[in-house]
Design a protein around this ligand. Structure first.
Ligand code: SF4
Ligand code: SF4
Length: 439
């Protein structure tokens, strides 16, 4: 067993209020420069919605991530070595500025200096890149206004797919509109397709903590990494001609500080910590046949840092004592592996992403309509998980390659915990059976 350490993050989606403070502080720290005006290493997308860049999760279009061949091997969706070479002459599939949305500012001078008239002065947006006036056709969180309504405006590929297959069309109409926020950074994957697709060897994964970085001196601007990343978390700097991406704030992490997005998060929803994992089994785990097995396979890779055999193997692999100790106290290990309440984003891309999400526990719709009371007050919310406002199918498409069971289990645990803690807070008799029922 070859043990390696990996920095990871868990985000509790119930606590995200969509304030975008994380995105703004990240931008101020990392991408407040010309050439990367359109870039958000951290973005917070509205769900349902298209995401940023729009429809990035649709790999039939963007060709990111890995696919499993008939022989059980992994192959880059964007192509093997031949295509990688070919890409040097013909650029791969890339989102354009409209997919990211062109950043704009307003012509404030015209707004404030406009002569008095009958019309209300309206500021004309102008491109931050070209400085020219522009017609804004879309931007990342315009989906906020739609609440997932399928008949209006730009569409969420997941809602489209579920609606085609589901008989219960009403669930995605206004009557049960739902919305939540999904903050995203680079996943610092265990099996990063960006690294594998780079023809120059510029993308690399740090051995000591698994942070994925771009060597700016090595990068030749081929942009295969932009195509290869299924999360579209590598960006092209059009001034320097090099790729750039989230660095997990390594200069801060190296001196014991949290990432900027974590430190400034208003909802306090981001947890950072170390995983220990079995590096010899990453490819095997990423190549399991059934996509529903990818989440369990990913969990299996994460080792118990208290296990004496793991500790011995970690020492043999050269991991320092304080890192082993950090892994033992890691909140991300507890949430993802021990309590199993955090799930990976799109495990079907087979990159083994290391940013995990505690899915949002929304109100129970049926109970709410029938009784006029919040279902949680009934004390048995976890029995009514299937009537939650956010459909389990939707969360499963995001976090478990469409398998509803792991999502249902997580939501039951969260509901049970919420119900139990409510009893504690209100000094009501505690129902110990709730904890037993969800393990
Ligand atoms: Fe690479 Fe990050 Fe994309 Fe994973 S999410 S493939 S580590 S850029
Ligand atoms: Fe959500 Fe925190 Fe970002 Fe605000 S700062 S949008 S609460 S992740």
């Amino acid at each position: 067993m070859r043990v390696m350490a990996q920095l990871g993050m868990v985000m509790n989606l119930d606590k995200c209020i969509g304030c975008h403070t994380c995105s703004v502080t990240c931008k101020q720290a990392w991408t407040n420069r010309s050439g990367v005006e359109y870039v958000w290493f951290n973005n917070v997308e509205t769900r349902p919605g298209q995401g940023y860049p729009r429809r990035y999760s649709d790999q039939e279009t963007w060709k990111g991530g890995w696919v499993r061949t008939a022989r059980g091997r992994l192959r880059l969706r964007a192509g093997g070595r031949f295509k990688k070479l070919l890409s040097i002459f013909a650029n791969p599939v890339l989102p354009n500025i409209r997919d990211y949305y062109e950043p704009w500012t307003y012509d404030y001078e015209t707004l404030t200096d406009a002569p008095l008239g009958d019309d209300f002065p309206v500021a004309q947006p102008k491109s931050l890149i070209s400085g020219q006036p522009m017609a804004v056709e879309w931007s990342a969180n315009w989906d906020d206004d739609l609440g997932g309504a399928p008949e209006h405006g730009p569409r969420d590929p997941i809602v489209e797919r579920i609606r085609t297959e589901s008989e219960d069309k009403v669930r995605f109409e206004y009557e049960r509109a739902f919305m939540f926020f999904l903050p995203r950074i680079c996943e610092h994957c265990l099996n990063p397709s960006c690294v594998a697709s780079c023809p120059s060897g510029a993308m690399y994964k740090r051995a000591e903590d698994g942070i994925v970085l771009v060597d700016q001196d090595q990068c030749r601007g081929w942009r295969m990494c932009v195509t290869g990343c299924p999360y579209k978390k590598v960006y092209f700097n059009h001034r320097t001609g090099k790729a750039e991406k989230c660095t997990f704030c390594y200069p801060r992490v190296e001196v014991g500080l949290p990432t900027v997005c974590s430190e400034t998060c208003v909802g306090r929803l981001r947890y950072i910590g170390l995983f220990l994992y079995d590096a010899d089994r990453v490819t095997e785990a990423a190549s399991v046949e059934n996509e529903h097995d990818l989440y369990p396979a990913q969990l299996e890779l994460l080792l118990d840092p208290h296990d004496p055999q793991v500790i011995a193997a970690a020492r043999r692999s050269g991991i320092a004592e304080d890192w082993i100790s950090a892994a033992q106290h890691s909140p991300v290990y507890k949430l993802a592996k021990q309590y199993r309440v955090a799930l990976p984003l799109h495990p079907e891309f087979r990159t083994m992403p290391m940013v995990w999400y505690i899915p949002p526990l929304s109100p129970v719709v049926d109970r709410l309509t029938e009784t006029g009371h919040d279902g949680e007050d009934a004390g048995n919310l976890f029995g009514a998980i299937d009537a939650l406002r956010i459909p389990i199918e939707y969360l499963a498409e995001l976090f478990t390659a469409g398998d509803p069971e792991p999502v249902r289990t997580v939501l039951q645990k969260l509901a049970a915990m919420r119900s139990y803690m409510r009893d504690v807070t209100l000094e009501r008799p505690r129902d110990e059976s709730i904890a037993t029922a969800v393990g």
